[in-house]
Write a protein that binds this ligand. Structure first.
Ligand code: NAD
Ligand code: UDX
Length: 486
């Protein structure tokens, strides 16, 4: 029986290894992590992450050919193939702070592999890493090889949160990069054979290792660039009378452009896009490619602009002050169907509003009150002016005393002056807006940062509605005269 070990039981490691276990009953899969609490949660009825369908997959395999354990060394030693899915965040301090990938976790995993292994291994990079990381890993492993042969493969993960299980069950592609010599090709074949249990051969792409590493960064950069492109258009739509949803529709019918990732929004979030673009920028800078670095930086600049534009819109529409006003924030996760708040645009928007002395009542169907407060109490690392990551003190300076976490939409919106929709949860499409309106202060504002609401219906009820990329004139005509245009 082939044995696999997945190091890192996070958003990638947990679902990826669970789906391999489901599809390959003849393979023993151990998922290991240094975090006791994460492993305990994987072994409990309440998994550490929320993903539709994940509970079902885990329940089918756990205790059979899938185990979760903190006994990292034993499972690494016993495995034939080791998948490394540890976190690779942006460096917060030192050389490259604010941009470069922090490979501390990766390096410590590699050193541990080198320390404990007593037989040949295939080591698979699942984490997103800078191009040529495999070379560094190889050096660490070779240093203590004790005659053991290691083959490093790059097998980046393309799943999206919220659809992780579906993406893993039916991937659009599986990318495997390896060394071009016979041993590298043999290792590629072994990994291919695992995926071949459920993925058709035409979807499995094999490349050299550097292409696979760089393809992952390029993939995320292209996706984020598309969102920044449509968000840049949304600003122009507001100024010119065009409708961004109509522009998106027109673009989507061009087969050379395609329909996906054209939704204008308050900005992209998530743990990957910003981190991976900054990583790319850093690599370009290190290679003297300043123009290329600047090109990709602009994707993040537009994203930052979109978030601050949204805050300015809220404040300027509400008569240039939100001081002491209750604003309901609906949605905190970085997208629907996940409890993940890493780099969610909601953090920047909430901090912007708190900076203008608003009182926030935040509701998210999946994010805990503790998580929201923790996120709002941390200082951002400024990617263009890196500072050290330090939690703010609990004094009044972080505005947390003006943050209230609500149990539902109706509690959040009661007596509010305005509503900001920051995550596109389906639940928000079914809100009884007449009831909400009746319980709000007047004039009652809605700022739809995800373009999910029926603007016409809201205006009929009496709301003043702003939605991203809708002509400003159109919604201003509907506002009271004293509303100040942005
Ligand atoms: P995560 O923070 O959710 O999980 C990483 C886990 O690794 C943590 O539980 C941590 O405790 C564990 N870990 C760290 N060092 C360890 C060590 N030495 N030994 C054992 N365990 C260790 O991160 P994630 O979101 O799963 O991302 C992991 C990697 O996958 C990152 O490189 C990320 O860029 C990439 N990725 C993420 C996504 C996504 O949607 N989250 C998608 C594709 C790729
Ligand atoms: C992304 C990549 O899509 C995935 O391939 C990679 O493996 C990990 O990073 P993820 O971050 O989970 O996945 O979610 P994604 O669906 O890409 O959304 C990222 C952000 O962009 C979210 O905040 C989302 O709301 C936003 N978004 C997405 C838009 O604003 N508009 C869109 O049209 C699409």
């Amino acid at each position: 029986m082939v044995k696999l070990c997945g190091i890192g039981a996070g958003y990638v490691g947990g679902p990826t290894m669970a789906v391999i276990a489901l599809k390959c009953p003849s393979i023993e899969v151990a998922v290991v992590d240094i975090s006791q609490s994460r492993i305990s949660a994987w072994n409990s009825d309440k998994l550490p992450i929320y993903e539709p369908g994940l509970e079902n997959v885990v329940k089918q395999c756990r205790g059979k050919n899938l185990i979760f354990s903190t006994d990292v060394e034993r499972h690494v030693q016993e495995a034939d193939i080791i998948f490394v899915s540890v976190n690779t965040p942006t460096k917060a301090r030192g050389l490259g702070a604010g941009k470069a990938a922090d490979l501390t976790y990766w390096e410590s995993a590699a050193r541990m592999i080198a320390d404990v292994c007593t037989s040949d291994k295939i080591v698979v990079e699942k984490s997103t890493v800078p191009v040529r990381t495999a070379e560094a890993i190889e050096q660490i492993l070779a240093h203590k090889s004790k005659g053991i042969k290691y083959q490093i493969l790059s097998n980046p993960e393309f799943l999206s949160e919220g659809t992780a299980v579906q993406d893993l069950l039916e991937p659009d592609r599986v990318l495997i990069g390896g060394n071009e010599g016979p041993e590298g090709q043999e290792a590629i074949k072994k990994l291919k054979d695992i995926y071949a249990h459920w993925v058709s051969e035409d979807k499995i792409i094999t490349t050299n290792i550097w292409s696979a590493e760089l393809s992952k960064l390029a993939d995320n950069a292209f996706l984020a660039q598309r969102i920044s492109s449509i968000n840049a258009m949304s600003a122009l739509c507001e100024a010119t009378g065009a409708q961004v949803s109509q522009v998106s529709l027109a673009l989507s019918k061009n087969p050379k452009i395609g329909p996906r990732f054209l939704n204008a929004s308050v900005g992209f979030g998530g743990s990957c896009f910003q981190k991976d673009i900054l990583n790319l920028v850093y690599i370009c800078e290190c290679n003297g490619l300043v123009e290329v670095a600047n090109y990709w930086k602009q994707v993040i600049k537009v994203n930052d602009y979109q978030k601050s534009r949204f805050v300015q819109r809220v404040v300027s529409s509400m008569f240039n002050t939100v001081s002491g006003k209750k604003i309901a924030v609906l949605g905190f996760a970085f997208k629907k169907d996940t409890s993940d708040t890493r780099k969610t645009p909601a953090i920047d928007v909430c901090k912007g509003l708190l900076g203008d002395d608003a009182c926030l009542s935040i509701y998210d169907p999946r994010v805990s009150a503790d998580q929201i407060k923790k996120d709002l109490s941390m200082n951002n690392v400024q990617w263009d002016h890196p500072i050290h990551l330090q939690p703010l003190s609990s004094s009044s300076s972080n505005g947390l005393e003006h943050v209230d976490i609500a149990e539902d939409v109706y509690e959040a919106t009661k007596d509010a002056h305005g509503i900001c929709i920051l995550t596109e949860w389906d639940e928000f499409k079914g809100i009884d807006f007449q009831r909400v309106f009746d319980d709000m202060q007047k004039p009652a504002f809605v700022f739809d940062g995800r373009n999910i609401l029926d603007v016409g219906k809201l205006r009929e009820i009496g709301f003043i509605v702003y939605s991203i990329g809708s002509p400003v004139e159109q919604w201003l005509n509907n506002t009271v005269n004293s509303a100040v245009p942005f």
